[in-house]
Design a protein. Sequence first.
Length: 579
Amino acid sequence: MQANKNSKKPGELEIIISDSVKTTDALTDVMSQFNTGRIFETFNSIKRSGVVVSKVLTILLMMPFYNVASIRALFKSGLSGIEGQKDVYYEIKNNEKINWRQLLYLIAMRFIYLINHREELKKSGVKALIFDDSPIEKTSKKTEGVSVIHDHVTGRFILGYKILVCGYWDGGSFIPIDFSLHREKGRELEKVLHALRKAEQALNDAGEKLKMVAIKKNVKTEKLREWQKIADKSASKTNQYYFKRAEKSQLKAEYELKQAKKELTKKKKQLTNTQRQAKETEYRHPSYGLSKKEKKGQCHKRRERSTSGYGRIKESDTDKIENMLNMLRRAVKRGIKADFVLTDSWFFCYELLYTLHHLAKGQIKLISMAKMGIQKYTLLKNERDYNAKALLKIFERKAQYCKKLKSHYIKIPCLYKGIRVNLFFVRMGRGANWKLLVTTDLNLNFIQLIDIYKIRWSIEVFFKEGKQYLNLGQSLSQNFDAQIADTTLSMIQYIMLCYYKRINYQQSIGYLFKEISSQMIEKNISERLWGFFIELQLIIGDMAGFDVLEIYQELFRRKETAELIERIFISTYEKDKAA
């Protein structure tokens, strides 16, 4: 499990383990409803020292509920029922043959089944798949697959991974269902490597063109010879005409061949220059932000190609967009039903639109923030292409005002690379900048759009609570398989907490628990934060001129601001309770 000595218990866990009896009852009840024993038995074919995997996984899953932060602490805790030795637990986490993705999906699908088969727990709201990434900081450069990554929240470059998460919102709770860990080569090196790939492709294209032109020239030369023979036998005007035309055509083909050779030489020089730039850039900005010595000193493990661990380590170098699309396809294939896919601007791209257009008969719609960049949108009104800034300049004077949200917005019907979308330019606050939201649901109005898009912040809450309470991403193991294992277990724990919270919030909290911890808030934190800022916006939005969308981003990603708002809610809750 995560080797972290932080003993602070989260509010959710403090409630569950308020005494030993409740701890046993709560864990037994939740785990029995999830059929964890039966699910874990799927992996019993993998044995270590005579201890079956299902028992080891059960103990690893229960550790944080007993305030045990590491395997070492587990064996020092004196808890009964622990089987095997420490090495058994480390070997299980380091085992590349265990399909941790399958395990997470089995638990997630069980959560969905349990919720949908209890009428009092079902929610009739919008269901969505949400994608986002977050930095995972590490301390050791020897950890397998780590690199220097950019934390766009703090602006710092840190050592670690980027974790890409696919989550599911069922109308009442957010649960993680899939993830991948990524490393980054570095912005400067990525740019020059991208240029290198383009130069290589351009050279290949030039080579193919030269071949085609050479074939064409040979055909024209052969045709000229044929007409030469015909004209020599019979010098009629018709034969002379076709001979001269064949001669001109052959001369043109020779010229094209000469130009193609020049273009090929030019592309070779460009490739050579780009290769030299790539070497210089790698020297100044080494790949993954690590020197050759540091990369050589990293943990490296040989894995068979057929194992799950091999696929996961390969994912770390796969483009995040490609991984996101793979996660989306897996979720749909597993039968997870969603009305929308929600993303931020980094993930908006044609590939996502195309995939959704052809997936599940196009029933899943997209709502995504988009960059005010160079992407071109085809305006339906005149079928001309404009970028976002050009469209905003044309329609800014036609902006409408929403009293409910105290916001200005512009709705523009467009095509994006042939796919029908609606653009919503949004400005929340007098001095705020315009933001761009794109949706493929053509029936949504502005208020509905914002109301659905706010669900995306639930994944930010997951990152905050997972890192703070369940040690998400805090594993100190140098083995990549163990990093995957620890992350999976943290997510399973989060899913079970969501279920426990869901079933008990429908009953009298005073009956279930002796004391409510300061972390416990009756409403879902994402809903409370949304309501708080809507009210704040209604009062001072126009006066202060702040950008609500940017504030949400800062709120959930910056620990200090989130804790401040949380203290406000706790204080309000305690006052209400005392009254």
